[in-house]
Design a protein around this ligand. Structure first.
Ligand code: URA
Length: 307
């Protein structure tokens, strides 16, 4: 979202309403057709507008950041043989304190595991995620999307990653696929009072791109701890990426759906029966597959009744 406002700010003159509308390039000289400019923004992941007026976030960030901290004056280095008035020596110019190095993929996973492992409640886990700075998606998302539903639920559903509406509202599955998910749940007498819903990624990937392997890896310790803390009786993975990450499988969703797996972590008291389901977004695109999804829903209802 930051990109949206920055990019719009960078192209201030927009000749509205004509079929050949153009925007002024940043060199102030050339005119770019609006269609081309929008296509370029889409490729950058800017797929919606979030405000009426452009905001220059570089200026806001610059105004908010405190002046660079001064490094402590280094003690003047005095050679052993220096005369006693050597304290008049000029200290080397002080450099601003270095920003902490960004977490690399591996250290981000390590930090995530450490933070998640210390959480003893879902509130702790949410705070730990808010503190976690290893995942760059956090910086382009509007909101973190943690979970929705009943934390005491017997069933947990885990999707892939927030989309545009989820990002805006900070809740999982509140867009078109969420509305279908609600109908799917209703068909087996479930609703958000009876399930808990989350994702394997907590921030929206720009332009709804697929999350990268390392983004999934650094969120997984939080997902695992989430499941340990809720300790549900049934786990449902929504879509291929979620099923693969949770069930440790490499097959596609077409092969993973239709059977039961076992989900286990060292801190879970017992394995959780787990099932993969077609993602509701996929079912919206391929309604013919609803027939198979219905079979999986019936299997889930049967399992609930047997517990
Ligand atoms: N798709 C997902 O996988 N998760 C959401 O929260 C929304 C859409």
């Amino acid at each position: 979202m930051i990109w949206a406002t920055v990019l719009i700010w960078a192209t201030p003159r927009f000749d509205r309403g004509t079929p050949d509308a153009t925007v002024k390039a940043m060199d102030g000289q050339s005119d770019i057709p609006v269609a081309e400019w929008l296509r370029w923004q889409l490729e950058c992941g800017v797929d919606e507008t979030i405000g009426e007026h452009p905001v220059n976030r570089y200026e806001i960030a610059a105004a908010a950041s405190p002046p660079a901290a001064r490094a402590p004056e280094p003690a003047p280095s005095v050679p052993a043989s220096a005369p006693s008035n050597a304290n008049t020596a000029v200290a080397p110019p002080s450099r601003p304190a270095a920003a902490p190095p960004p977490l690399t993929g591996e250290s981000a996973v390590h930090t995530a595991a450490e933070l998640a492992g210390q959480a003893n409640t879902l509130d702790d886990l949410r705070s730990a995620l808010e503190t976690f700075d290893g995942c760059a998606l956090k910086h382009t998302a509007t909101n973190m999307v943690f979970c929705d539903g009943n934390p005491q639920a017997r069933i947990v559903l885990i999707g892939e990653a927030p989309g545009a509406e989820e990002d805006r509202k900070g809740l999982p599955f509140v867009g078109p696929s969420g509305r279908l998910l609600d109908r799917m749940l209703k068909s087996i007498e479930l609703d958000r009072e009876k399930v808990l819903i989350s994702n394997i990624i907590y921030w929206r990937p720009p332009g709804n791109r697929n999350p990268s392997t390392s983004e999934v890896a650094m969120c997984m310790p939080f997902v695992e701890r989430f499941l340990e803390l809720v300790d549900p009786e049934i786990l449902v993975a929504l879509g291929g990426p979620s099923a693969k990450a949770l069930l440790g499988q490499t097959d596609g969703i077409g092969k993973l759906r239709g059977r039961w797996f076992s989900y286990q972590t060292p801190r879970l008291p017992r394995p959780i029966p787990a099932r993969a389901l077609f993602h509701p977004a996929y079912l919206l695109r391929s309604p013919a597959q609803k027939r198979l999804a219905w079979r999986d829903l019936l299997a889930i209802r049967e399992k609930i009744q047997s517990l």
